[in-house]
Ligand binder design. Structure first.
Ligand code: GDP
Length: 298
């Protein structure tokens, strides 16, 4: 598989090459299916999705009397597209004003970068954006954020060492007063195993609801695709605490093995609003299942 940051993910250089070799075989047999199974597991598809894909491929092999690896590849791509298409649901930023988007994710997942990318994207669609710096623990990060806000025409509401929930509450009121279209409410990103964090972000959610009973309109979890199956544990923890309504899956460029999206589709399906495909501000795209699958096998 060749790296294709412009389009999206690859199966990871090694996995992609193994896969290409497998499918270039002339004949389908049990051994080939076993090797495909191992490769799917290596690509972060997880046990459940892998089992499903292999079972379905086996059925189609017998039923349609498939002969070549190339035909089997076509079936696998079809199956993956079938799994992922239900997750292709664009984020609605037009129904509410302000649209309140709460962002969650552990440090290092790409949350800050994704917030910048989202702000730029929404502004390009003609929307005004306000950022609530709900991660009140990182002082340096806060200053950086203010500076970033000035440069990008995004109002940043923050508070020294304050209560994250209070910051978000203020931000929503400020957005109303200024007629802002979209509030991006950042939250703290320590590890989800830390109970305290989950309590804190659950509180942020409650405060948003208090400020606007129709909100939050989106609880967006930022997930790093490089962490493989751990993404599922993170999703489960955040989902339990705040009810995740959408995902930004980051770092699908480089060596990421996009199979984790198939695992999510099978075990805890959530709309994938955007995928991150690089570090630059424009390296974010809406998730399109067909493009994603084609890039995987490119
Ligand atoms: P945070 O701690 O969750 O706020 O994470 P950051 O936004 O600071 O990102 C952590 C690192 O990941 C930084 O070096 C980012 O440039 C990088 N990063 C974020 N998103 C992507 C992505 O989609 N692709 C790549 N290659 N790097 C990313």
């Amino acid at each position: 598989a060749k790296l294709n940051a412009a389009v999206g993910p690859t199966l990871g250089a090694d996995v992609g090459d193994v896969m290409s070799d497998l499918f270039s075989r002339r004949k389908i047999d049990d051994e080939l299916l076993d090797e495909i199974e191992t490769t799917l597991l290596t690509a972060d598809c997880g046990v459940d999705a892998t089992q499903y894909l292999i079972d379905e491929m086996r059925k189609r092999w017998k039923r349609d009397k498939l002969e070549t690896g190339e035909q089997l590849k076509g079936v696998l791509m079809e199956l993956l597209e079938g799994l992922l298409t239900p997750l292709q649901q664009p984020l609605d930023i037009h129904t509410h004003k302000p649209t309140i988007i709460m962002l969650a994710g552990v440090n290092g997942s790409g949350k800050t970068t994704s917030i910048g990318k989202l702000a730029k994207r929404f502004q390009a669609e003609g929307k005004s954006v306000l950022l609530a710096a709900g991660d009140t623990f990182r002082a340096a990060a806060r200053e950086q954020l203010q500076e970033w806000g000035r440069r990008n025409d995004v109002t940043v509401i923050s508070q020294d060492g304050g209560d994250p929930a209070a910051v978000v509450f203020d931000a929503i009121n400020a957005a109303r007063a200024r007629g802002i279209d979209i509030v991006l409410a950042d939250t703290a990103g320590r590890l989800p195993t830390q109970l305290h964090l989950m309590e804190e972000i659950a509180k942020v959610r409650r405060v948003i609801q208090k400020a606007d009973p129709t909100g939050p309109h989106e609880v967006l979890l930022v997930l790093d695709s490089n962490i493989g199956q751990n993404a599922l544990a993170q999703l489960a923890a955040f989902d339990k605490a705040v009810g995740v309504t959408g995902l930004v899956v980051t770092k699908l460029d480089g060596t990421a093995k996009g199979g984790v999206l198939a695992a999510i589709a099978r075990t805890n399906p959530k709309p994938i609003r955007f995928i991150g495909v690089g570090e630059r501000i424009d390296d974010m795209q809406p998730f399109v299942a067909r493009e994603f699958v084609e890039a995987l096998f490119d």
